[in-house]
Write a protein that binds this ligand. Structure first.
Ligand code: FE2
Length: 342
């Protein structure tokens, strides 16, 4: 029998809802299907960048019923056809998470269907593993707020390295904002990266297995007046800034591969869509004889299909929450969750 899970994502800018169908209960993880019947979203944006938590919550509460309705109708199902309700429980912005949790709790209470709380970062890993048929990859999770290098070891997804200050996506947006680019700046910066030819000397900060981006950001911003004076080419500054940031991510990913002796790397998070990052990590994998998996963009950026799929996975182990008391976990870490489904 196939089960349908309605997933709700709301950790940050994106409010998403998705219906995923699978025969995982009968066939187990490896052999099961994962049919994404719908994957809808509405994203909060501001003209000048920056996020206002109160406005973010208002946006999510406004779009929640519409996005859920769209997810059901695109999937061609009624709410009564849904077997499981899953939501992103953490980590994330409290105001945003609360909206997803309230929506999912109401849906679970009104249908009497089981409610499952999903860790957002783990959902990125699980959807990537499933859609790419990767068995045991090192994940480079590079998004706005999160930057982590994660590997499975002894029943936990362990964080081998992470940012000590800002997420790589926030770093790119902040740099882009100073250059007068809109939000999100990543796609524009990515195109400019390939036009630059000269490497400018900028900070490169890897400490042990962790990374820091704020020194690089400050230095990159300090160079912007040189573009305005005509002393530096804009594409060269962008090329050099992205080069250092992505080389830092690649270095830590390579060291995680070397330490764990794993043979696969998978990208996740919105910054995973960057062609520059894919090229750099791809070269490193090639040199090491490892395989790089790049999931479809629709599941690399924040989305609800990954929550619905992980809900189906967790359901096989009976992970259920009481809808009347299910809480959000804004500070939940990837390595807080015991992985009993692998
Ligand atoms: Fe994410």
């Amino acid at each position: 029998m196939k089960l349908k899970c309605l997933g709700v994502e709301s950790t940050a800018h994106t409010f998403g809802a998705s219906v995923v169908e699978s025969d995982i209960s009968q066939k187990g993880y490896e052999k099961s299907t994962c049919d994404i019947l719908s994957n809808e979203k509405d994203t909060y944006t501001t003209e000048k960048g920056g996020l206002i938590p109160r406005e973010l919550a208002e946006h999510h509460y406004k779009v929640a019923p519409i996005v859920v309705k769209e997810a059901l109708s695109k999937a061609g199902v009624k709410l009564s056809d849904i077997d499981i309700i899953a939501f992103s429980q953490g980590p994330g912005i409290g105001n945003a998470l609360r909206c997803g949790a309230v929506t999912a709790r109401q849906l679970a209470l009104s249908t009497g269907k089981p409610l499952i709380g999903v860790n957002h970062c783990i959902a990125h890993i699980e959807i990537g593993r499933k859609l790419c048929a990767a068995t045991d990859p090192v994940m480079l999770y590079a998004s706005g707020a999160n930057t982590q290098i994660i590997c499975y070891e002894n029943e936990y997804y362990r964080v081998f390295g992470e940012t000590m200050d800002i997420g790589i996506g926030n770093f790119l947006d902040n740099f882009g904002r100073e250059l007068g680019l809109g939000f999100p700046a990543g796609p524009v910066l990515d195109k400019e990266y390939f036009k630059g030819t000269k490497l400018i000397n900028l900070p490169y900060t890897v400490k042990g297995m962790d990374l820091a981006f704020s020194g690089l950001l400050t230095s990159a911003k300090k160079n912007i007046p040189l573009i305005e004076n005509g002393k530096m080419k804009r594409e060269d500054l962008i090329h050099s800034t992205l080069h250092n940031a992505f080389a830092m991510l690649t270095e830590v990913t390579e060291r995680a591969l070397a330490h764990t002796e794993k043979k696969e790397v998978i990208l996740g998070g919105g910054v995973g869509c960057s062609k520059a990052l894919q090229e750099m990590v791809g070269k490193m994998c090639e040199e090491r004889g490892a395989k790089l998996f790049v999931p479809p963009s629709s599941v690399m950026a924040d989305n609800a299909a990954m929550i619905a799929w992980t809900g189906l996975v967790l359901n096989t182990k009976g992970h259920k929450l009481n809808p009347s008391s299910a809480k959000i976990l804004p500070k939940q870490r990837t390595d807080d969750v015991k992985v009993d489904w692998r």
